[in-house]
Ligand binder design. Structure first.
Ligand code: GLC
Ligand code: CA
Length: 555
C-alpha cells in the first residue's frame, strides 16, 4: 500500500460547471470559465477540484446522462479547452477529479441506440431488458425521479430498467464487455492525466437478480433501493476495477454510495486499498426525511445529527476513511440547512458549520459557493425550478393528492437540488458576474450582498475563515490523524468532540443554536486556540453559533 496518502490531507472543492462561470455569454458555465477562476481556488487553498460531469450529454439530468464518455459537452467547450484547463490546474498544483457516471448512460449513447434496435443486436446485453409481467412492468419499482423504473420500448416490445429518468437506462454490469468498456474508458482518462474519480451512484451497479417487488411507498410505486443498492456483486466489480485501472495510477477515488451502511462502507473504503478511498454516505442528509421521502421542511434535530456523525467517525476509525460534506449539487445550501441564513447569523453560522466539519476525521469537501456562505434560492414558483427531480416530484405529488401545492413548494424551497445550482456569485454586477447573457437558472437576488468579491475584500469573511481551516489541516497532523471521540453527548445545542494524537488533544465545540449556551469544556486547562468564529469569548458559555477549537499539549 502507498504510504503517502495525499488524499487524506487534501481538501476537495466541487464545481458544478453549468453554474460556476460562463466565459462566452451564452448563460451556461463552461470549462474556460473554470480555467479563468483557478487562482481564486488556489487562494482558497484547496488541493483537488472535482468537476460534476462535463461529457457529451443531452442534459436531461444536467450531464448525469452521458451520450459520449470521451467527448466534452458542446456547451462546456472542447477537448482542447479541457486539456488547457487540466494543464493550468496542474501548473498550480491542483489535482482534478472527474465525475464517473457508469451506473447508466444517456439513451442517446451509441450503445443504447444500438441496444434498443433488436433483441440480437451485439449491444442488447449492455442494458437491462425484461419482458412484461402480466401485461405490465416487470416489477413495481419506482424510479428515483418519479414514475416507474421501467420503460416500455415498442421496437422490441420489452422494458428497460432506468433507476433515474427514462433517458438514463441502467448499464448491465453482469456483462463482462460492459465492464471492459468502462475500464478502458477510465484508463483513457487516466492516461490523459486526471487525478481521480467521483463515482456516481456506484453502489447501484449490481442488482438483485430476482428483481422482486419493493415495498410500496405513497401508494404509487415500490421501493427499489434494497434491491439495487449494495447488491451481491458490487464489491467484486469494484475490486476488478481497482485491479484493472485504479491501482495502476496515483488517484483519489470516492464512491457516491446511496444506501451505504457502516458495514458496507468498511468494504468500499477499506484502508487496505482494495476498492475505493472513501464513500459519500447519506445518513446525515436523510435524517429529516419522512413520510414524503426527502420532501419536508423539518429541521434536523441535534440529537440525531450527533448520533449519525459520531457513528461514522467512531466506527470507521482505523478501518476505512470518511468523506466529510454538508452539501453538494444534490443538496440544499449548507448554511440554510444546518446553520442560519438570516442576515444576523449567516456569517457566523456558516463559519460554525465549517469548523464542525473541517475538524473531523476524513477528507472535507467544499461545494462551490459554500466558502462565501451562499444560501438557498427560495424561488417563488415551480416555473423557476430547472431540476428534473424537483419538477417531476412536484407534479407527481400534487396531482396524486400526496401533498398540496403550497406544502410541496415549501419543501422544494427547503430541499430542492436547484438551491445548490443557482449561479456562483462572483460580484455585485449584473447576474452576479456569472454571465453577460441570460443565466440558464435564476441568480439568487442576494448576490448584491453575498459574493466572492465582497468576501475577498473583507479579512473577516467566511472565505478567509475557510482558508484558515484548510491551512490548519496542513499544519496540524492531529486534524488529519487524531482519533475522534464525541463529547457532551446529551447537549441539545452544542456539538462537541475531541481528537487525540500522541500527547496532544484537540477540543472542538460548536453551538448550533441562536442562543447563548452554557459550556465548560474549555475551562479546565490552558490551551492554544487554533480558530474561532468570535473574537471574544464569554467564560462558561458559547455565544449563538459560536465555534471554538483549542489544542492542548502534554495531556
Ligand atoms: C447522483 C448524482 C445526481 C444524479 C444521479 C443520477 O446521485 O449526484 O446529480 O441526478 O446520480 O445520475
Ligand atoms: Ca458558456
Amino acid at each position: 500500500m502507498n504510504n503517502n496518502l495525499w488524499w487524506k490531507k487534501s481538501v476537495i472543492y466541487q464545481i458544478y460547471p453549468r453554474s460556476f462561470a460562463d466565459s462566452n455569454g451564452d448563460g451556461i458555465g463552461d470549462l474556460n470559465g473554470i480555467t479563468e477562476h483557478l487562482d481564486y481556488l488556489k487562494e482558497l487553498g484547496v488541493d483537488v477540484i472535482w468537476l460534476s460531469p462535463v461529457y457529451q450529454s443531452p442534459n436531461d439530468d444536467n450531464g448525469y446522462d452521458i451520450s459520449d464518455y470521451q467527448a466534452i459537452m458542446n456547451e462546456f467547450g472542447t477537448m482542447e479547452d479541457f486539456d488547457r484547463m487540466l494543464s493550468e490546474m496542474h501548473k498550480r498544483g491542483l489535482k482534478l477529479v472527474m465525475d464517473l457516471v457508469v451506473n447508466h448512460t444517456s439513451d442517446e449513447h451509441r450503445w443504447f441506440v444500438e441496444s434498443r434496435k433488436s433483441k440480437n443486436n451485439p449491444y442488447r446485453d449492455y442494458y437491462i431488458w425484461k419482458d412484461a409481467k402480466d401485461g405490465k412492468e416487470p416489477n413495481n419499482w419506482g424510479s428515483s425521479f418519479g414514475g416507474s423504473a421501467w420503460q416500455y420500448d415498442e421496437e422490441t416490445e420489452m422494458y428497460y430498467l432506468h433507476c433515474f429518468s427514462p433517458k438514463q437506462p441502467d448499464l448491465n454490469w453482469e456483462n463482462e464487455t460492459v465492464r471492459k468498456e468502462v475500464f478502458d474508458m477510465m484508463t483513457w482518462w487516466c492516461e490523459k492525466g486526471v487525478d481521480g474519480f467521483r463515482m456516481d451512484v456506484i453502489s447501484m451497479i449490481s442488482k438483485d437478480p430476482a428483481y422482486p417487488d419493493g415495498e410500496v411507498v405513497n401508494g404509487l410505486y415500490g421501493n427499489k433501493d434494497p434491491y439495487v443498492c449494495n447488491g451481491p456483486r458490487v464489491h467484486e466489480y469494484l475490486q476488478e476495477m481497482n485491479q484493472k485501472v485504479l491501482s495502476k495510477y496515483d488517484l483519489v477515488t470516492v464512491g457516491e454510495t446511496a444506501g451505504v451502511t457502516i458495514e458496507e462502507a468498511k468494504k468500499y473504503a477499506n484502508l487496505d486499498g482494495r476498492e475505493l478511498n472513501m464513500v459519500f454516505q447519506f445518513e446525515h442528509m436523510d435524517i429529516a426525511a419522512g413520510e414524503h421521502g426527502k420532501w419536508t421542511t423539518d429541521r434536523i434535530p441535534m440529537k440525531k445529527l450527533r448520533e449519525v456523525l459520531n457513528k461514522w467517525q467512531e466506527e470507521l476509525e482505523g478501518v476505512a476513511w470518511n468523506s466529510l460534506y454538508w452539501d453538494n449539487h444534490d443538496q440544499p445550501r449548507a448554511v440554510s440547512r444546518f446553520g442560519n441564513d438570516g442576515p444576523m447569523y449567516r456569517e457566523v453560522s456558516a463559519k460554525m458549520i465549517a469548523t464542525c466539519l473541517h475538524m473531523m476525521k476524513g477528507t472535507p469537501y467544499i461545494y462551490q459557493g459554500e466558502e462565501i456562505g451562499m444560501t438557498n434560492a427560495y424561488f417563488k414558483n415551480i416555473e423557476d425550478y430547472r431540476d428534473i427531480e424537483s419538477i417531476n416530484a412536484f407534479y407527481e405529488y400534487t396531482e396524486n393528492g400526496i401533498m398540496n401545492e403550497e406544502d410541496m413548494l415549501d419543501a422544494i424551497r427547503a430541499i430542492s437540488r436547484d438551491n445548490a445550482r443557482t449561479p456562483m456569485q462572483w460580484d455585485d454586477s449584473a447576474n452576479a458576474g456569472f454571465t453577460t447573457g441570460t443565466p440558464w437558472i435564476k441568480v439568487n437576488p442576494n448576490y448584491l450582498m453575498i459574493n466572492a468579491k465582497q468576501a475577498m475584500e473583507d479579512p473577516d469573511s467566511i472565505f478567509y475563515y475557510y482558508q484558515k481551516l484548510i491551512r490548519l489541516r496542513k499544519e496540524q497532523e492531529i486534524i488529519v490523524e487524531g482519533v475522534f471521540k464525541g463529547l457532551l453527548n446529551d447537549d441539545e445545542n452544542i456539538y462537541a468532540y475531541q481528537r487525540t494524537l500522541g500527547d496532544k488533544k484537540l477540543v472542538v465545540a460548536c453551538n448550533f443554536s441562536d442562543r447563548e449556551v452554557a459550556c465548560d469544556l474549555f475551562e479546565q486547562q490552558e490551551g492554544e486556540e487554533l480558530i474561532s468564529n468570535y473574537h471574544f469569548h464569554k467564560e462558561g458559555v458559547l455565544k449563538p453559533y459560536e465555534a471554538r477549537v483549542v489544542l492542548y499539549e502534554n495531556v
